[in-house]
Write a protein that binds this ligand. Structure first.
Ligand code: TTP
Ligand code: CA
Ligand code: CA
Length: 677
């Protein structure tokens, strides 16, 4: 790439001019509909430069030329551009980084710590990998502000179409906006087509210079000349680029962040463009420059080709360059990698990507996880981590509008890893009332208790908790009656009380050592404590908050929940409720008859399992005593006291762990992998 010269129409080398554009009136007007097949389409991708590092710079008021990196335990996860000049990257440890760049500021990410109500920035966090957990809340918050500025700097929907693609990037489909600007600036486009025939070609654009301003323009394809007349697609790109420059300037002005952008005919090219000239620049890939631009890339850099599929393509065709793929005929693609993937890849090599900018991308799940080094060895420890996971997830749920019932998760999942074995438990979240932190905590504890009673729970190397199955709720004030469970919902409670094969996974609480089937269905329901706290309303309408799950935690990396229980019915509560529908009361009554409630695990078990379960607790206690590591106050963790406060225990730093905990270990790769794997 190089030529950022504006094209001047009056160039002496102007070849013979066509009288008409190659684009039709119909294509111009269909720009308003965002059709992915429109040849005039303009897509932008905006990506923040060294995002977490910039967040810290802005927060701390650090000078722009000051090298700064964001630290996570002993590794660096974001490096600002001044620091990159010293050769720093994500593979450098903090010690190496300081050697390479003695002036470097290393700011550790904020962390959650048991016993504290909120995440916080702590200077010594890096020593405490074993007992703390990263919080990305500060970056999510900045991300939301940036998204708001972007949306504010564009015309209102439906002309604006914004998709948040990750914590620091968005796609914009600028087609509709460009359509209206074109009609405004080029009145000849407002005239009806000749013979009222929309398939007629448009007149040529006027002979004005295209001023690409500060854009990095990708060189044209071979055989294309800058001197050739521009057509409307060039004009559309230019207008798109103007819009993006304004959006970037707004972000800079209002929030101080710099970002880079790509402008092209589709998402794939726009994304490649935004990464092409960093930081603080924008790159335009005109339609006539696509092939030239792409041929310089390894296809493994292209969206969806970075992972396993990319590797497969490399071995199937013995190359990793786009250029070589262009030689491969369609039928060979299809033969080697299958019809659909083959056809898709054939298009990708030619710069084709028909995916839409999807403004309705919403959070599908939220996950909070921790890899333990060293492993954890008791229910106590697990429960303390669950408290953190729940606080983390709940704060995100609040942002998502659960308190106003805008959106609501239907299920809660726990994944537990012990050695090479991953186990999952899932339960429905009661749908009759507002989700509270306590409800989630009780559900989570119950799930981990299920893993424990299955046996072989310890040592545990990784725990993760997620909520999913989000549904749009009813907004506005709901009458008290709407919180009662009735009709279909009530019926489904009753149905779910009967044992069905798909439900086994959730309610399989067979005591350790005896993996027999328990036939008592209803008795195995968990029993969320009634939330007495008055939930306050929060402001901020974020109906379209997109999926942020890929950051820190990617549910795709956790075992598929496909085979898990998918029931959406509301489980009955075993606790007295202020308003209770008759079916619920009946269900609860039944629970009392057939089940035994273990106050230590807050879980209902079949009455027949009581003796065995108590024996198992006894054995656990004994073991703990032998280890001499259960201070008496920790027993409160097992009590089912009414207030969550009684269950917030100081984290223990010992229990068979080497001194210094995870602080002396290598970087927490597992978490980073979870983040971006
Ligand atoms: P990126 O956009 O990939 O990188 P960046 O914004 O730091 O730098 P660039 O200027 O090249 O775009 O990621 C966005 C943020 O996500 C990044 O600031 C930190 C976080 N992140 C991780 O925590 N781990 C990772 O492995 C990656 C790639 C990013
Ligand atoms: Ca970035
Ligand atoms: Ca990014």
């Amino acid at each position: 790439m190089s030529s950022s010269q504006p094209y001047i129409q009056s160039s002496p080398a102007t070849p013979s001019r066509r009288r008409k554009s190659k684009f039709t009136f119909r294509q111009l007007h269909q720009l308003q509909q965002f059709s992915p097949s429109n040849p005039l389409r303009v897509i932008a991708h905006i990506d923040l430069d060294a995002f977490y590092a910039q967040c810290e710079m802005v927060r701390l008021g650090v000078a722009e030329d000051q090298p700064l990196a964001v630290q996570q335990w002993q590794g660096l996860i974001a490096i600002n551009y001044p620091a990159r000049k010293f050769g720093l990257n994500r593979h450098v440890t903090t010690i190496e980084a300081k050697k390479l760049c003695p002036d470097l500021i290393m700011q550790h990410v904020a962390t959650w710590k048991e016993g504290e109500e909120r995440w916080a920035y702590r200077d010594d966090a890096f020593k405490d990998m074993a007992t703390q957990k990263v919080s990305l809340d500060p970056y999510r918050r900045e991300s939301r502000k940036i998204l708001a500025v972007i949306k504010d700097s564009l015309p209102a929907a439906p002309i604006q179409r914004v998709e948040k693609a990750s914590i620091d990037e968005v796609f914009l489909d600028l087609s509709a906006q460009i359509h209206s600007v074109m009609l405004e600036r080029f009145p000849e486009l407002n005239r009806p087509p000749p013979y009222d025939d929309p398939t007629e070609n448009l007149p040529r654009p006027p002979t004005t210079a295209l001023n690409w301003d500060t854009d990095a323009l990708i060189d044209l394809d071979e055989g294309q000349k800058e001197e050739e007349d521009p057509d409307w697609d060039d004009i559309a790109m230019l207008l798109g680029s103007e819009i993006v420059r304004r959006v970037r300037a707004m972000i800079r002005e209002k929030l101080k962040y710099t970002c880079s952008a790509g402008v092209a005919k589709n998402k794939m090219l726009a994304k490649l463009g935004s990464g092409h000239n960093k930081p603080n620049q924008q790159t335009v890939v005109r339609n006539r420059a696509v092939q030239q631009f792409l041929s310089g890339f390894k296809f493994t850099k292209i969206r969806n080709l970075g992972g396993k599929l990319g590797d497969e393509v490399v071995s199937a065709f013995n190359t990793d360059t786009v250029k070589d793929l262009l030689e491969v005929p369609m039928d060979q693609f299809k033969r080697k990698i299958g019809d659909d993937t083959g056809a898709w890849l054939y298009g990708v090599a030619r710069g084709e990507d028909a995916s839409e900018v999807n403004p309705r991308t919403q959070i599908k799940s939220m996950l909070s996880a921790k890899s333990f080094r060293p492993s954890i060895n008791s229910m106590d420890q697990a429960v303390r981590w669950l408290r953190i996971f729940v606080a983390d997830i709940f704060s995100r749920l609040v942002e998502e509008g659960v308190l106003e019932n805008k959106r609501k998760p239907k299920t809660i999942n726990l994944h537990h890893r012990q050695g090479g074995q991953m186990r999952s438990k899932q339960a429905p979240i009661p749908q009759g009332k507002v989700v509270s932190e306590d409800i989630l905590f009780d559900l989570a504890k119950n799930l981990v208790a299920q893993v424990v009673v299955d046996g072989r729970a310890w040592p545990c190397a990784n725990l993760s908790l997620s909520v999913g199955g989000f549904e749009d709720g009813v907004t506005g004030n709901r009458g008290i009656g709407s919180f009662l469970i009735r009709g279909e919902e009530a019926r489904s409670i009753m149905n779910s009380a009967r044992d069905t094969p798909e439900q086994e996974n959730v309610r399989d609480v067979t005591p350790p050592g005896k993996r027999r089937r328990v036939d008592d269905g209803i008795g195995r329901f968990f029993t969320p404590r009634e939330d007495s706290k008055e939930e306050s309303e929060i402001d901020g309408h974020r109906a379209n908050e997109p999926d942020e799950e890929m950051h820190e935690n990617q549910s795709k990396n956790t075992p598929s929940s496909e085979d898990l229980y998918r029931g959406g019915s509301t489980p009955p509560s075993a606790q007295p409720q202020a308003k209770e529908s008759p079916p619920l009361r009946a269900a609860r009554h039944q629970t009392n008859i057939t089940s035994y409630f273990c106050p230590r695990c807050s879980i209902s078990l079949p009455a027949s399992a009581q003796t065995e379960h108590e024996d198992w607790h006894f054995a656990e206690d004994l073991q703990a005593e032998e280890r001499n590591s259960r201070p008496s106050e920790n027993n409160t963790a097992h009590s089912s006291g009414p207030s969550r406060k009684t269950q917030q225990l100081p984290l223990k730093r010992s229990r068979g762990r080497p001194a210094g905990g995870g602080g002396t270990k290598a970087v927490d790769k597992g978490q980073r992998k979870l983040a971006f794997g």
